[in-house]
Ligand binder design. Structure first.
Ligand code: NAI
Length: 250
């Protein structure tokens, strides 16, 4: 589908599930054509069918760094432009610090950080030529305070917050806004894996969340849509928690 109208085009990595899917739902509901990027064709197809005519998907593993320039070219050739990039795909590893191998550490960094760098760089080249666009990154409470047993994840998410600021100072003069959402604990497959077999951690999370519950994926979708919209036209370089107060809880 080539974009004939003035409708915005978004790409969301990891868009078939959890927060990525909720962001896609919000975008599509607001007339943004949304392309889901992910590894599993069946999940992508299901998600895209549920989203309806304003969505499609591309099967792509974000760790295939060498193929990222081709992916971006393919989107621009097929759809006409990229107005919004949401770097949402991410993986976690819960393990004692001293047991994390170098390979495991590198794999998390590759998926959660290096891929964000490479994809943002390629999309930014296009956005610079267009003198507009917006990028939304997703970090975590792991970059707001220390959480045990998530060493590589914490390193990756802290890097994302730094990159958000560095990208913002370099790209904002050219009409490109970069922001980061720091979700608290939101009910998705990823948080279920981290919390459901660990009642102590779940109690800790809830006890320091003033609103006393996990968030819903749509809570993140709502902020992503706001940040992508013209309502946020003077907002760049920020890291905004969506966390029921978890980051400031006692
Ligand atoms: P999820 O596991 O449902 O979604 C992650 C998505 O990324 C999946 O669709 C997965 O297939 C995709 N993905 C992973 N590796 C990929 C790769 N190499 N190439 C392409 N796609 C890949 O988890 P959730 O919770 O929706 O997480 C989304 C983002 O939000 C992640 O970056 C996560 O770190 C972040 N986050 C989630 C929180 C939560 O409480 N759920 C809290 C803080 C941050």
């Amino acid at each position: 589908m080539k974009n004939q109208s003035k409708r915005k085009i978004a790409i969301i990595t990891g868009g078939s599930s959890g927060l990525g899917y909720a962001i896609a739902e919000k975008f599509v509901a607001n007339e943004i054509y949304t392309i889901l990027i992910g590894r599993n064709e069946k999940n992508l197809k299901n998600a895209s069918e549920n989203l309806g005519a304003l969505s499609s998907y591309i099967v792509f593993d974000v760790t295939s760094l060498q193929d990222i320039p081709q992916l971006v070219t393919k989107v621009i050739t097929s759809y006409g432009c990229i107005d919004i990039l949401v770097n949402n795909a991410g993986i976690n590893l819960k393990k004692d610090f001293v047991d994390v191998t170098d390979d495991e550490f590198q794999h998390i960094i590759l998926t959660n950080l290096t891929a964000v760098f490479s994809l943002s760089r390629e999309v930014s080249k296009y956005m610079l030529s267009n003198q507009k666009g917006t990028i939304i990154n997703i970090s975590s409470m792991a970059s707001q305070y220390g959480i045990p047993k998530v060493m590589a994840y914490t390193a990756s998410k802290s890097g994302i917050e730094g990159m958000t600021r560095a990208m913002a100072v370099e790209l904002s003069p050219f009409g490109i806004r970069i922001n980061c959402i720091a979700p608290g604990f939101i009910a998705t497959d990823m948080s279920a894996k981290a919390l459901n077999n660990d009642p102590e951690r779940k109690n800790k999370v809830l006890s320091r969340t003033p609103m006393g519950k996990l968030g819903a994926p749509a809570d993140v979708g709502d902020l992503a849509y706001f940040l992508a919209s013209d309502q946020a036209k003077f907002i760049t370089g920020t890291v905004i928690p969506v966390d029921g107060g978890n980051s400031i809880g006692f």
